[in-house]
Design a protein around this ligand. Structure first.
Ligand SMILES: CC(C)(COP(=O)(O)OP(=O)(O)OC[C@H]1O[C@@H](n2cnc3c(N)ncnc32)[C@H](O)[C@@H]1OP(=O)(O)O)[C@@H](O)C(=O)NCCC(=O)NCCS
Length: 132
């Protein structure tokens, strides 16, 4: 982790919502609106993008904690733009505030924790767990 990863660092992500992202695509009885896991994914990308430029070779960040609200519905065709701001760094844990907007209003808001990992060590854990 580089010393440039400090509170105030920001990242952004955006995605145009397509039919496959709608609740109705997964459950025909559901409404034709953006499904919550896809909203969270866009918001997580923003957090990932905030941290990524400040990591050393062989490191990456993974999501470990989410507390967020899905505040308003979004139809297909809209573009969701998410932003994330680092608020705290404690050892390998990085906390961010994140928010998403669909061009009309804020549709998601919350707090997210990511762990900065040594990828080789993380891979060894997976190998121990699954024996491959
Ligand atoms: C982040 C996470 C590794 C922390 O794990 P933890 O159990 O609290 O960590 P511990 O300190 O108890 O260590 C247990 C193992 O975790 C891994 N780990 C811990 N810290 C690590 C680090 N900084 N880098 C890489 N691996 C780490 C190691 O494999 C460690 O075992 P080891 O000490 O034998 O190498 C764990 O919560 C996790 O893997 N969460 C899932 C994250 C994920 O997959 N997210 C989806 C992708 S975005």
């Amino acid at each position: 982790m580089k010393p440039t990863l400090i509170p105030g660092v920001t990242g952004e992500a955006q995605k145009r919502i397509v039919t496959e992202n709608l609740v109705s695509h997964h459950n025909p009885r559901g409404p034709a609106v953006l499904a919550t896991p896809y909203l969270l994914m866009i918001m997580e990308w923003a957090a990932y993008n905030a941290i990524a430029p400040h990591l050393d070779e062989g490191e990456d960040s993974v999501g470990v904690g989410f507390e967020f609200q899905h505040l308003a519905p979004t139809p297909a065709g809209a573009t969701v733009i998410a932003s994330a701001t680092v608020t705290q760094i404690a050892g390998m844990m990085v906390t961010l505030d994140f928010e998403a907007h669909d061009g009309h209003e804020v549709v998601g808001r919350g707090t997210h924790v990511r762990a900065v990992l040594d990828l080789a060590r993380f891979r060894r854990r997976l190998e121990r767990k699954f024996g491959r």
